[in-house]
Each structure stands twice: as C-alpha cells, then as structure tokens.
Design a protein around this ligand. Structure first.
Ligand code: AP5
Length: 210
C-alpha cells in the first residue's frame, strides 16, 4: 500500500508519519527530511536546496523527482508513505510513472493554526523529535526529553518564511486536492484535532494492517 500525506506546512504530516510507520511498517519517504540531511552534510544537492528552503520556496521538480526515484530503489517491495511529496502537479504526474498510489490523506488545517504551530515548534538536532513550546514543551527548556539533544528552531520557521511557505502551498500544492479528489483517492483528515485523534482518523481510512 502506497500512501501520500498532503497538507499545508505544519499540518502534522511528520507527526502522523511517525505513528503510521510504527503501525504499518511503511518506508517513510519525507522529501523535507532528506533535503535537511543533505543540507547538514553540505552535499551538492544540499547546497542547491538550502537557498530555496530558507526562503520557503520549492526545490525544482526535476531535482525532487530524481531524489525520490533514487530512494524508491531501496523500498524493496515495502509500502511507501510519502510525506511532503508530491507538492506540485508535475511531481504528482512524475510519481504516477513510478508507483501507484492507494490513498491520499489530506490533513486540513487553517492558516491561523499553521502559524501557531510552526512558530512554537522546536526540533531536536540529534533525533529529530518535535516539540511545541505551548502545547507540548520539553521538560527542560532547550533539551530533548528523548535523547538529551539540543532543540533548535528550523530556519524556515521564522515568521516571514512561514508566511511564504503557506503562500507557496496555496499556489502550488493546494491544486493537488482537486487532482486526487477527481481520481477518487483523496481522504480528508481533520488535522486540528489531537495527534491521537488524527492517527485514529488515518487508521480508519487505511484499515488495520494485514
Ligand atoms: P517539509 O519539511 O516537508 O515542510 P512542510 O511541508 O512545510 O512540513 P513541516 O515539516 O513544517 O510540517 P508537518 O506537516 O510535517 O508538521 P509536523 O508534524 O512537523 O519541507 C521543507 C522545505 O523543503 C519546503 O519548504 C521546500 O523548500 C523543501 N521541500 C520539501 N519537499 C519538497 C518537494 N516535494 N518539492 C519541493 N520542495 C520540497 O508538526 C508541526 C508542529 O505541530 C510540531 O511542533 C508538532 O509537534 C505539532 N503538531 C503536530 N500534530 C499536531 C496536532 N495534531 N495537534 C497539535 N500539534 C501538533
């Protein structure tokens, strides 16, 4: 089973993905995570992606599609959970040529809540765990509960970049809602609910693992 998580920045795609991977054993393919790893490594791809990411713009489609193709070679027949991909119609069409998609979970969240969540997000440098300074703060400020790593604010979680990411989402990614709806693949999830409730809604759509 191949599943896409679609939704605005900060809708909770990464948070839901972690739980779904645990329940269904998906290969988790997050283009944002892969790009951040490449930026941290200082690779050629990372250097190219950094400029786009820090401004809240999308990395070019051909670069993303090549990256996804390469990662899928490691899928080894496993179901794939696409997180933050596809993000444009060109990426969606490119994906269709590689694998078939069974469900698209559309995490719906208002702009106000997107801004609220992303402004308060802190991420662990070491293990990637996510915190929200208001609703889910770490026990010790600046320190990850899970691994003791340092918490930081993603450079693209600054207010002006959040605003741009949302505009780019509306312009380039929101048309995918209609695209997948017409194909009968779109399933709406109320992402304003708690992480547990969002997970429950997703499991209701996907069914229990075989
Ligand atoms: P990417 O990393 O994909 O960022 P995004 O889509 O903007 O998503 P986020 O990671 O910010 O949020 P999320 O939906 O995963 O939410 P999360 O679970 O973290 O992309 C970053 C950049 O890379 C892009 O801007 C672009 O430049 C580039 N890029 C990536 N993919 C690309 C592609 N395909 N094409 C071109 N360019 C690409 O949750 C957010 C916060 O809310 C956390 O603090 C969390 O704890 C909290 N939270 C989560 N769920 C809940 C809940 N139910 N209730 C309350 N709080 C919650």
């Amino acid at each position: 089973m191949n599943v896409i998580l679609l939704g605005p920045p900060g809708a909770g795609k990464g948070t839901l993905a972690e739980r779904l991977v645990e329940r269904y054993g998906f290969l988790h393919l997050s283009t944002g995570d892969i790009l951040r790893e490449e930026v941290a490594k200082g690779s050629k791809l990372g250097k190219l992606a950094k400029g786009y990411m820090e401004k809240g713009e999308l990395v070019p489609d051909d670069v993303i599609l090549e990256m996804v193709r390469e990662r899928l070679r490691a899928a080894d027949g496993k179901g794939v959970l696409f997180d933050g991909f596809p993000r444009t119609l060109a990426q969606a069409k490119g994906l269709e040529e590689i694998v078939s998609v069974d469900h698209v979970l559309f995490l719906e969240l208002s702009r106000e809540e997107v801004v609220r969540r992303l402004s308060a997000r802190r991420v662990c440098r070491k293990c990637g765990a996510n915190y929200n300074l208001i609703t889910n703060p770490p026990k010790v400020p600046g320190v990850c509960d899970r691994c003791g790593g340092e918490l930081y604010q993603r450079p693209d979680d600054r207010p002006e970049v959040i605003a741009r990411r949302y505009e780019v989402y509306q312009r380039d990614s929101a048309p995918l809602v209609d695209y997948y709806s017409r194909r009968g693949l779109l399933r709406r999830i109320d992402a304003s609910r708690s992480p547990e409730e969002v997970f429950r809604q997703a499991v209701e759509v996907l069914g229990e693992p075989i």
